[in-house]
Design a protein around this ligand. Structure first.
Ligand SMILES: [Zn+2]
Length: 320
């Protein structure tokens, strides 16, 4: 378990799950105590409670759960934290269905795999993994929207910035006076494990989100995973020029994936989407250190990302 001070009032908890996966949760303490994401169902006991104890607090002290989005590795601990503390859960309406139902999360993550015609075993494996980590859905108490301000007291106000793409309801929380942005999974490098791709479901929204965040120019960018960039994991907390370089890298990656998919579509315009995805992968596999899974011949997280780029190419909707 690791607890790291990021800034006055802000600590980061590193929590592991699955095989070699990490999620980063943030403790923000004003007069009220906010947890930005709660990890998987195992994390409140295994990581959050010990981390809070180290900071002289307890699970029962949590006042607000601010979810960056409703994926199992960010909302999985919500119910247990809420039971201990009666904290209120904040989610964007775009992710309300996933916050309220584990099966909605499973469906969200597996539908693109079926649309690409990937083998049933790969689809099932993904579904089983989500169910094992997700626990029971806790729903939401407050629907947070773009521009809403969450005042924690003690001079800490977090502004909600809608940053969709990874999910429809991704919210980044911005402590504007300090330039600290908690972006969850809204901005990705090459995924959270070696050899992967970024993981998003709407390429156009994702690309616009990158522009939104570039314009904000955050001083400190706190991400939900240690995203890889060119073979190396980045720090989950990036400052100044490092944050800018990470954002620029994310833009370059998304645009490069888009161009590779565009080229694949133009070479085989009538092919099935699964075949276009494999064709695009050949081009990407020599630009980036990608590792292809045996069952799918794609990197672990590439399915939804490639599918949404294929759809954006066919619709001509990708923001240039
Ligand atoms: Zn996620």
């Amino acid at each position: 378990m690791s607890v790291t001070e990021i800034q006055r009032g802000v600590h980061r908890i590193g929590a592991k799950y699955g095989e070699g996966l990490f999620v980063f949760l943030y403790v923000v303490k004003g007069d009220r105590l906010a947890l930005i994401d709660t990890g998987t169902v195992q994390h409140p006991q295994a990581f959050i409670q010990p981390a809070l104890a180290q900071l002289g607090m307890a699970l029962s002290d949590v006042d607000l759960i601010l979810n960056t989005h409703a994926h199992f590795d960010h909302v999985g601990g919500n119910l247990e934290v809420k039971r201990a503390s009666d904290a209120r859960i904040y989610v964007h309406s775009g992710d309300a269905a996933q916050a309220g139902s584990i099966e909605a999360q499973v469906e969200y993550m597996t539908a693109p795999l079926r649309a690409l015609g990937l083998p049933d075993a790969a689809v099932r494996q993904r579904a089983d993994f989500v169910r094992a980590m997700a626990g029971e859905a806790a729903g939401a108490d407050v629907m947070i929207s773009e521009g809403d301000a969450v005042d924690l007291g003690g001079g800490i106000t977090l502004k909600a910035i809608h940053t969709p793409g990874h999910t429809p309801g991704c919210i980044s929380y911005y402590w504007e006076s300090e330039g600290v942005l908690f972006s969850g999974d809204a901005i990705q490098g090459l995924g959270g494990t070696p050899g992967d791709t970024p993981y998003y479901f709407d390429a156009c929204s994702y690309r616009r989100t990158l522009s939104t965040v570039l314009e904000l120019k955050p001083h400190i960018l706190c991400t939900g995973h240690a995203y890889f960039m060119r073979g190396y994991p980045t720090e989950p907390t990036l400052r100044g020029a490092d944050a800018k370089a990470f954002l620029d890298g994310a833009v370059e990656l998304a645009d490069t994936i888009h161009r590779a998919v565009e080229a694949a579509v133009s070479r085989m315009p009538r092919a099935a989407k699964g075949d276009i995805a494999l064709e695009a992968m050949w081009e990407l596999a020599y630009r980036y250190p990608l590792r292809l899974m045996r069952e799918t011949r794609l990197p672990r997280s590439a399915g939804p990302t490639l599918l949404t780029h294929i759809e954006a190419v066919l619709a001509g909707s990708y923001p240039a």
